[in-house]
Every structure is written in C-alpha cells, then in structure tokens.
Design a protein around this ligand. Structure first.
Ligand code: NAD
Ligand code: WQD
Length: 343
C-alpha cells in the first residue's frame, strides 16, 4: 500500500467530504481547496471528528491560479481528486455562462498548475449525464454527448474531452474519469451528509426534508412514464460506496485516460424509493403527482462491470442503507451545518 499526499478540490462538499473521510481512513494525507460557495467549514471539522485527523482547508476559488500555485508550491502532492464545481441542473439553464466559466476555468486552472508542478495523477468527478440519450444500461463504451439537456451536463462532457485531449498530448498522465449515477445517503455516523441550500433539487434530500416536517409534501414529477409504476427509474448509489470508489480509482491509476461508471447496475423507481424510505424510517412521506420535469429521462442505470474488473470495486450498500443513513443525518442535523457557536 502506497500512502499518498492528495489535494481534494471541493473536499468540503457532499461527495468530497465523504471521500476525504475514506482517504484518511485508508492512510492518505489530504489537503482541501474549496471556496465554500456550496458548503461549510463545519463539514471539515466533522471530518476531523470522524477520523481523528482534520485536513488543512484552503478556502478560495480554484480559478485563482496564483493562489493554487502557492498551495502546490508549499505541498508536494502525488495526486488530485477534482470535485469542485457548480452542480445545480436547473440553475445552469438560467445561468449558463456562470456554469461554463466556473466549471471549465477551474479545471483549466488546476491542469495548468498540476503541469507546472509535475503532478500527473488526477481523478475527476464526471457524471452519468454525459451519456444523454444513449441506450441503457450505460457502459463506458456507450456513445456520449448526444441529448444532454442542460449546460451543467455539457460542462461535464466538455471537461471530459479536455482531459482526454490533455492525456493524449502527454502519455505520462494518469487520469480517471468517474461517471457517477445518483449519489444519495450520508455517513453512518450522522455527522456529514448532503446540505442543500434552499429548496432541494434532488429527490432524496427533498424526501428527507418532507420526513422531518420541513416541507409539506413531495411532488413526484410524472407518473405516466413507460416504466412499471409510471415513475422514473434511477441507479442510486450510497455516497460511502461512491467515496470508496474514489479510493479504488486512485490506487489503480495507470498511464492514460480511463472512464469508469460508479453505479450499482440496479434501477429503482421514485415510488419504490419513497416507499422504502417510509418503511425503513417509519416516517410518512405525503406526496402527489405533478407534471413531468423537463429534461428528465424515463430510466437509466449503469453497467458497472468495468469498475469491478479494473478497480476491484462494486457497491455494497442497499437502498435501505441509503434511506436509513439519510434519515440519521437529516434527523440529527435538521438545519444542516449550522454554526451554533454564534448563537
Ligand atoms: P457540492 O456542491 O456539495 O460540492 C462541490 C464543492 O465544490 C462545494 O463544496 C463547493 O463549495 C466547491 N466549489 C464550487 N465551485 C468552486 C470553485 N470554483 N473553487 C473552489 N471550490 C468550489 O457537490 P457534490 O454533490 O459533492 O458534487 C461534487 C462533484 O461531483 C461535482 O463536480 C458534481 O458536479 C459531481 N457530481 C455530483 C453528482 C450529484 O448528484 N451530487 C452527480 C454526478 C456528479
Ligand atoms: C431523480 C428522480 C425526478 C425531485 C440529477 C442530475 C444528474 C446528476 C444527479 C450530477 C427523477 C424525481 C426529483 C422531486 C421528483 N447530477 N424527482 N420530485 O435528475 O436523475 O439526476 O442528479 O451530475 O446530472 O440531473 O436526480 O434526484 O433530481 O431526480 O419526482 O422533488 O426523482 O423527476 O425522476 P436526476 P434527481
């Protein structure tokens, strides 16, 4: 086992914080760069509580290349995991330039500084959204880039292409592009989890807020899809499994650019997820059916074979685990990461 010194961009965020925990628990040393635009420093304190090691946090925008250069100059990084970026699909439709600029400039800034300091290993947060309208299940050899319905998804597709071109130009680079399916759940400690600002865009945090009484009812977007119960089907993945997928990717980097699906290979409908949440937590989830949400695909899930073969990684946790851990986080932190020291 080789312990590495790792920079995690966006490490205070939802998936980043869970990955930092797994990295520290695997013996790696972690430094975080995160501008806290969609996260809280309290998450970093909580990482310290869980692992006994509080990682260093540098709070600035990754687009600030000179500050990033200083961080690289004062640390000798072996690898980078790049989570930082904006991720709200609906907001990206309203503010496309903000999304293209932030997500792409941040990545270019990072690649420039990595090249200057000879850091060759990178794991990148991509998304199943790059498959757009490809046939299901999505495998890494499925076509990408067709039928992406929003600027957020386009940024993931474009950044993937930037990384493939960069890898083609320098055969010493070792890049892994991880295409996440639908990350949900929280750390079993209940100390870290997803803390959306404002009204949650995604299903699981909305369900959790209905369960806690913060929202009155869930609107289920569409019950007339061509699926067994009429609601959309997704491949939900527990965030702890996803975090472990990053450790596996990091430890199995090879020269070249490789893409991996991180999903379970199983589809779950909206109604099934809501039903499981209710039965596992004992909380009632009032819901009603609403119009379809523009841009939603009826059904997609992963072909997860490549990650299993190359990374010796597969999902271990069930939909029950995802619901139970989401509820533990939500019920013990009903207002997310609130700084009680001020009150
Ligand atoms: P998140 O918003 O919780 O985490 C992203 C972090 O990056 C935040 O802490 C934010 O403050 C930080 N950040 C944003 N822009 C920055 C910038 N310019 N400079 C420095 N820090 C910046 O989101 P997440 O759910 O943890 O997602 C992490 C990554 O995974 C993102 O790239 C996202 O697009 C990708 N992804 C997420 C999902 C999902 O459903 N959550 C699915 C597929 C891919
Ligand atoms: C799941 C299902 C909704 C909310 C998004 C991004 C994707 C990726 C993951 C980053 C859908 C339904 C939702 C609600 C509902 N992110 N729903 N009521 O859309 O599969 O994926 O997050 O890369 O790019 O698009 O996830 O959780 O928003 O929706 O009925 O209040 O739940 O219609 O069928 P989605 P989601």
């Amino acid at each position: 086992m080789i312990y590495m010194n790792i920079l995690v961009t966006g490490g205070a965020g939802y998936i980043g914080s869970h990955t930092v925990v797994e990295l520290i628990e695997s013996g790696h040393n972690v430094t975080i760069v995160d501008d806290l635009s969609n996260s809280s420093e309290i998450a970093v304190d909580r990482i310290g509580q869980i692992t006994g090691v509080k990682p260093s946090l540098f709070a600035f925008d990754l687009q600030d290349t000179s500050r990033l250069d200083e961080v690289f100059a004062s640390n000798s990084f072996d690898a980078v995991i790049h989570f930082a970026g904006l991720k709200a699909v609906g907001e990206s439709v309203v503010k496309p330039l903000l999304y293209y600029k932030t997500n792409i400039d941040s990545t270019l800034s990072l690649l420039e500084v990595m090249a200057k300091h000879n850091v060759r290993k990178l794991v990148f947060s991509s998304s199943a959204t790059v498959y757009g309208s490809a046939p299901i299940p999505y495998s890494e050899s499925s076509p990408i880039g067709q039928g992406i319905t929003n600027p957020y998804g386009q940024t993931k597709y474009m950044i993937e292409q930037i990384l493939r071109d960069t890898g083609t130009a320098d055969s010493q680079l070792e890049f892994s592009l991880l295409r996440y399916f639908n990350p949900v759940g929280a750390h079993p400690s209940g100390l870290i989890g997803e803390d959306p600002r404002g009204v949650p865009n995604n299903l699981m945090p909305f369900v959790a807020q209905v369960a806690s009484g913060k929202r009155k009812e869930l609107s289920i977007f569409g019950n007339d899809y061509n699926t067994p119960d009429g609601t959309c089907i997704r491949d939900y993945i527990h965030v702890v499994d996803l975090a472990k997928g990053h450790v596996a990717a990091l430890q199995n980097l090879n020269p070249g650019v490789n893409e991996y699906n991180l999903g379970s290979g199983r589809g779950t409908s909206v109604l099934e997820l809501v039903g499981t949440f209710s039965s596992v937590t004992g909380q009632e989830i009032p819901y009603s059916f609403a119009e379809r949400r523009p841009g939603d695909l009826p059904e997609f899930y992963a072909d997860p074979k490549k990650a299993k073969i190359d990374l010796s990684w597969k999902t271990e946790l069930s939909i029950d685990d995802m619901c139970r851990d989401t509820w533990r986080w939500q019920s013990s932190n009903p207002n997310g990461y609130v700084d009680n020291s001020m009150s």
